[in-house]
Design a protein around this ligand. Structure first.
Ligand code: GTP
Ligand code: MG
Ligand code: ZN
Length: 332
C-alpha cells in the first residue's frame, strides 16, 4: 500500500515539475521577446567617434553620448571600431549603453576603424616617401573599393620633382593628386572642396603633416604636432584615433599611420588593382597575363615606351613575388 502511495506521489511530483518547467520556459521566452522588442524600440542609432578608457564617445544626432558597451557586443561582433554605427540605449545625462553594432561596409585593424568613405594618403619630401608602402596601401584600398586621394604636402619646401613623380605614377590609380602646404595654405581650399561629405581617413608616414592638416581645417581640434627635426623613426606623435567633424557632413580621422598592408590575394589577381595598367591589360595576348614575362604584353610595351613608370612596375614585380611566396606557403 505504502509502495503504491509512494509511486503515486512521485508521479504527481513529476507532473507538477514538468508543468512548472514548461510554464517557466514559456514565460521566460515571452520575457526575452518583450525585452528584445523594447530594446529595438528604445535603441537609437549613433556613431562611435572616440574611445576613452573603457568607454566610447558616440555621436547621436550631433549629441555626444558617453557609452559603455555590453559584453555581448564584443562576443558577437568583435571589438568596437571608431566609425562603427551602433544601436544605443539612453541612460540619461548623456550616457548610454551600446547594444549592437550595425553591419560594417569596411573595416581595418591597427587602428581599428570602420565605414570609411575616402582615404587621403599624405606624402612629403620630409620624411622621404616609401613608395612600396604606398603601393600596398593602394592595393588594399582598391580591394575595399574606397576612393583615394594623394596629397603631396609641404609645397613650401622643394617638392616639385616629387609631385611630378607622384602625378605620373598614381594619377590613373586615384581620384586626384593634389599639392598642398599647411604652412602657406596652398591647396587647402581645393582639398576641402574635394573631400566634402562622408568620412575621410588620413593616412601616411609619421611627420608628413596629417595633424597639421586637421588643425588648419579645424583650429579648435588642436592636435599635437610632431617635430620633424627629431628623427623619431616612424614613431607617431598622434597615438589615438578620433573622428573630427569638419564643415557640415564632412568627417575626418587622423590616424597614427595605417595598417593597410596585409594583402591576402592570389598574386595572379594583383594587376586588377593596378588601375594604371587599366585598358592595356585587355590588349595583352594572354587573357591571364600577369605582365611579367609573357610575350606580347601591352603593359611591358607601355613601360618600354615610357608611358608607364618603370619604378612603379619594378615595385609591382617585387610585390608580386612577395605575394607569391605567401600564397605558396598558404596553399602549397
Ligand atoms: N614646411 C612644412 N612643414 C610642415 C607642413 N605641414 C606640416 N609640417 C611640419 O611637419 C611636422 C610634422 O607634422 P604633423 O602634423 O605632426 O605630422 P603627422 O603626420 O600628424 O605625424 P604623426 O602624428 O607622427 O603621424 C611638423 O614639424 C609640422 O610643423 C608644411 O606644409 N610645410
Ligand atoms: Mg599626427
Ligand atoms: Zn600583360
Amino acid at each position: 500500500m505504502d509502495n503504491i502511495v509512494g509511486r503515486l506521489q512521485e508521479n504527481v511530483e513529476t507532473i507538477i515539475y514538468s508543468v512548472f518547467i514548461r510554464w517557466f520556459v514559456h514565460f521566460y521566452t515571452q520575457y526575452l521577446v518583450v525585452m528584445h522588442t523594447m530594446q529595438e524600440v528604445i535603441a537609437i542609432l549613433g556613431r562611435v567617434i572616440k574611445g576613452v578608457g573603457g568607454s566610447f564617445l558616440v555621436d547621436v544626432d550631433q549629441q555626444i553620448v558617453n557609452c559603455k558597451s555590453r559584453k555581448s557586443v564584443k562576443y558577437t561582433s568583435g571589438n568596437l571600431a571608431i566609425g562603427d554605427y551602433v544601436e544605443v540605449t539612453d541612460l540619461g545625462n548623456n550616457t548610454g549603453v551600446i547594444e549592437k553594432i550595425q553591419k560594417r561596409r569596411n573595416s581595418f585593424l591597427r587602428p581599428t576603424v570602420a565605414n570609411i568613405d575616402k582615404a587621403v594618403i599624405l606624402i612629403s619630401s620630409i620624411p622621404r616617401p616609401d613608395f612600396y608602402l604606398i603601393d600596398k596601401m593602394l592595393v588594399n584600398l582598391a580591394i575595399m573599393d574606397i576612393k583615394v586621394y594623394i596629397v603631396v604636402n609641404k609645397s613650401d619646401l622643394d617638392v616639385m620633382d616629387l609631385f611630378k613623380k607622384v602625378q605620373f605614377e598614381y594619377e590613373k590609380q586615384v581620384e586626384k593628386v593634389m599639392l598642398m602646404s599647411t604652412v602657406t595654405g596652398q591647396g587647402i581650399a581645393e582639398f576641402e572642396a574635394e573631400i566634402e561629405g562622408g568620412l575621410s581617413c588620413l593616412i601616411g608616414q609619421s611627420a608628413v603633416g596629417k595633424s597639421s592638416l586637421i588643425n588648419i581645417l579645424k583650429p579648435t581640434a588642436k592636435f599635437e604636432i610632431g617635430d620633424v627635426s627629431k628623427n623619431n623613426r616612424g614613431r607617431h606623435t598622434t597615438r589615438h584615433v578620433e573622428i573630427v567633424q569638419m564643415k557640415n557632413s564632412t568627417y575626418m580621422i587622423d590616424t597614427p599611420g595605417f595598417s593597410f598592408l596585409e594583402i591576402d590575394i592570389d598574386p595572379k589577381d594583383l594587376a586588377i588593382y593596378y588601375f594604371d595598367f587599366g585598358e592595356l591589360m585587355h590588349k595583352c595576348k594572354y587573357t591571364r597575363c600577369v605582365h611579367i614575362n609573357e610575350p606580347d604584353c601591352e603593359v611591358l610595351r607601355a613601360i618600354e615606351k615610357g608611358e608607364l613608370s618603370q619604378d612603379r612596375y619594378d615595385r609591382y614585380n617585387f610585390l608580386f613575388d612577395e605575394l607569391m611566396i605567401k600564397w605558396r606557403k598558404k596553399y602549397g
